[in-house]
Design a protein around this ligand. Sequence first.
Ligand code: ATP
Length: 912
Amino acid sequence: MAPSRHRGSRSVRTHPKSLKRKRDEDNDNVDELCKRVADLELRPATPPILFAELPLSQATQSGLSKSHFKTLTTIQSRAIPAALKSSDILGAAQTGSGKTLAFLIPVLENLYRRRWTEYDGLGALILSPTRELAIQIFEVLRKVGRNHTFSAGLVIGGKPLQEERERLGRMNILVATPGRMLQHMDQTAELEIGNLQMLVLDEADRIMDMGFQGTVDAIMEHLPKEQQTLLFSATQTKKVSDLARLSLREPEFVSAHEGAESATPSTLQQNYVVTPLPEKLDTLWSFIRANLKKKILVFLSSGKQVRFLYEALRHLQPGLPLLHLHGRQRQAARLDITTRFSSSKNACLLATDVAARGLDFPAVDWVVQVDCPEDADTYIHRVGRTARYEHKGRAVMFLDPSEEEGMLKALERKKVAIEKINVRQKKMQNTIKNQLQNMCFKDPELKYLGQKCFVSYVRSIHIQRDKDIFKIKELDLESYAASLGLPGTPNVRFVKGEDAKARKNAPRQLLEVSSGSEVDEDARRKDTAKPTVRTKYDRMFERRNQDVLADHYKKMIDDKEKLNGAESDGNHDHGTADADEDNDFLAVKRRFDAGDHALGQEASSSTGSDSTDSENTMSTKKPLRTTNSNPTPPVKKALHLSSNTEPLIIDSNRREKLLKSKKALLKYKGHGSHLHFDSEGLNPHEAEYYEREEEFRKKGLPEQQREVFLREERERAREADVRDKEVERRKRREKKEKRKGREREEDGHLELAGKEGVAVLAPYAEEEEEEEEEEEGGAEEGPVLAGNGAGREKRRKKWFEDASSGEEDDERGRERQGNSKAKRRKKGAEANLRGQEQEQVPQTVEELEAMAQGLLHTDTNGGFKESLVKRDGCGGGVVTARQAVLATRRALGGIMDAKPKLGIGAFIEKQR
Ligand SMILES: Nc1ncnc2c1ncn2[C@@H]1O[C@H](COP(=O)(O)OP(=O)(O)OP(=O)(O)O)[C@@H](O)[C@H]1O
């Protein structure tokens, strides 16, 4: 099978012989290539230097030279020969050393030599951990593979599934993120994956690690048993368990930096500065201000930090374009930002580790790691965004004193040479702390972002695995919160939790001592921290911790009280608005709303209270929140949580506390109903297939039920599979036939553009899309025509029974309306009629006569008479059989002369 000509390519007339000659030439070329690859050494003593030396197809060679790739990098010269020979590869090389081409070239070549066409299904699957990287790989593939005829697709989240689904069936090469790929493997019937030849994992260690574990295992279950597997990363996994998961067959370990002194590029200068956590922002600010003409990539550990810093620095206007990138942004925004940063000369991009791996931003001057990376591998990838492919670059990491020792050891183990430097105090700008505090004070949104930033930072430290580096207890969190401009240190539950646990386990005396010392410590801090000149902000910060959730909660309760009061005054809206406003920027556990409403519907019979009581309860101004200082039990209330459970009686402080916890209330609410939404998140409906446990148990042992269920499901899936495959096969057959027809036509008339017959590899090119749509429209015409056929069937009956009515109606309608729409419709109807009747065209005079006779026989209701008379232009009156036959003969004479194949419909038209 020679590679098929791309539909979107230009075409000119060619002689069928020259096409055949071209096909023969192609076949010869492929055979020649196969021989050269077979002769290639797996580990050549003198690795190839130029791409031209490799046994690559003409299409790849020209794609490479058009993209200005001439010489191979080290990893390419080692990995490509082995991959061409179909070995499994474990490739490791420094960042920016050209690993992408090291796997893309074998993908193109191996499929080319196997004469892969669009009818062979998916030939190669390339997985990437992030969408940005997938897009980048896809772009390189388009560039290098521009002269191949494969169809390639990009499968990443952030696009409607359906849009991707429609195209997947046609793809030979897919670049995908694991999650989205699995979704398609599970749900897209058109995806033909059983023929897969190559699987590539870029940033393999990341894809194989915990985050993607389940997804990758599930993907592997969908893949055929054997295919060539290529793994690439700057920090390669060699874990036997990982390799076993991918079923690698005696992989070739190809490393370009095994003997190198450093795991990072030699053109990269790496430093770190020790900056206590509370001073990090000031240091970053000073750094940015000192490098306004540079392109800087700043790494932070979470999206919330990125958001806050971006907003805060933007307000401070550093003097260079600021951008931010994190995983929570919409795909379009992410793309826009990466493009803008790529094309800008000087800018500062604040990013999470979503930008740490693989991204090839041109000419980044500085990589700044404000937050310590989670491990040495992440460090290597982050700094790898600069100093790419023989360019120079610089990287600096900010370390808290508590992180220094652990991180340095981790880097040493990975052969990363890093040097300590100090910040020049002269160059340090004024602290931005006061400005941030000012901004947070004025702008609650910013303060809210700051609080989230703080919590997410603390959490990120808390969950780090390497406790030699990340020691949460040694961080000065209070000062850090102040440095973010926050009026207090937000409560972080898990940090408190640790304390509580420690305190619980501590001996009583120690506890007393420590609690005493804590109080002293607090008092001492208050004394020493008192500034000499007190501004309004100082006074503000001296107030009690404003953002502790309990306080905010208190405020809400107060609001609620007000609301209750206001309600009785008939001023409901005002109170609600206040409560909502606060909700916007502080996350508080909501109070149970339904309970509040139900509080008024008091008086269950069991309590014996009457309706007057309930009104009293409703209007009582007693706060729901009770403290130990208020020992009086609350007024008795009954709360109807759900229609089919007993009301909950609130008659003690403990019971009342329940109202604060949604979770605790759950057990009084009975079974909830399980709502399902359709794939667009609309149309909630009750799930029908859940049943109560008792009913389930009645049907037999769970194991047996499971067996039966699995058997049935397997059978159902098998049948569905057969059906899907049948549909798929039919579609392909139709397509093939169509294509053959087209090719036959072209063989006769057309010539290919030049002698290349090339097409752009990109499958999303608009022209192709349009063509495809047209083609699909054509294919869909089948059933549409069948539908018309049915309609025509009806019309035909009318014609025989009451030949004129339909036509007449149309005629009258046309006259009445006189508009072009009706004309068009009429034309269409006639064309349909013509088309349909062509199938039953009487071919001989005898047949026509017989038909005329038949028509006359059906003339009991006069339909034919009228129509024939009218159409024949004979005027009114009855037509005899003889006349009809004569008219038919007359007409036939004319028709047979002009268009021997036309039928009755045409005849009618001609007569008219
Ligand atoms: N043979 C080559 N000749 C010239 N430039 C090349 C060659 N191969 C790759 N490059 C360029 O080197 C840069 C880095 O390549 P690539 O992104 O493939 O690196 P990488 O090893 O995958 O990096 P990372 O580990 O960060 O993913 C790219 O800009 C690419 O265009």
